[in-house]
Design a protein around this ligand. Structure first.
Ligand SMILES: Nc1ncnc2c1ncn2[C@@H]1O[C@H](COP(=O)(O)OP(=O)(O)OP(=O)(O)O)[C@@H](O)[C@H]1O
Ligand SMILES: [Mg+2]
Length: 155
């Protein structure tokens, strides 16, 4: 993998094996790296979903103790989150219906430091859910030389 960081099928295969071995966090990072290179890759998304299903709180995630009441302002955003996501997820019946198959995701956008990550942690805190951060630098840092290769490819 170190020799072939851009080999997406290989990466997905490795991720698949890691899920089977119980290392969902590492599998997630590989899926994320595969999707960086090939956004929307269906196989990567399938393995990602399998890995996410098996994540355990002790896989490196955290259980945030912040909630939406800690998030200042953003009243309209919080209202929409409450109605479209938190209410269904809190209701056991609806949770079963939507549950893990809740399609798609939430896209938060805005300038650095405007509270996107903070809001995401607060959502996890509201649900008592685990929170996992996979950022681009995290992914790139794992593969020695690939950040440099990517930068070189852009110049
Ligand atoms: N609405 C808010 N209410 C309370 N604190 C906030 C709010 N927005 C930001 N903060 C504070 O600012 C810090 C930085 O915000 P955060 O890391 O969530 O930004 P971000 O949008 O994820 O930035 P980046 O794009 O760099 O990832 C948070 O940890 C939090 O302490
Ligand atoms: Mg952030």
């Amino acid at each position: 993998m170190e020799d072939r960081p851009d080999d997406v099928p290989l990466r997905i295969h490795v991720a698949d094996l890691l899920v089977d071995q119980g290392d969902s966090a590492a599998a997630l990072a590989h899926c994320s790296a595969a999707l960086e290179r090939d956004p929307g890759n269906a196989e990567a998304l399938a393995v990602l979903s399998r890995a996410a299903d098996r994540l355990r709180p002790d896989d490196g995630g955290e259980r945030p103790d912040v909630t939406l009441s800690d998030v200042g302002g953003l009243e309209e955003v919080k209202r929409r989150l409450e109605a479209s996501f938190l209410v269904p997820m809190r209701n056991p019946e609806m949770r079963r219906l939507y549950g893990r198959s809740l399609p798609g995701g939430l896209l938060l956008y805005g300038p650095p430091g405007c509270g996107k990550t903070f809001l995401a942690r607060a959502i996890a805190g509201e649900l008592g859910a685990g929170f996992y951060t996979v950022s681009l630098p995290d992914v790139l840092d794992m593969w020695v030389g690939s950040s440099e290769r990517n930068l070189h490819g852009m110049s």
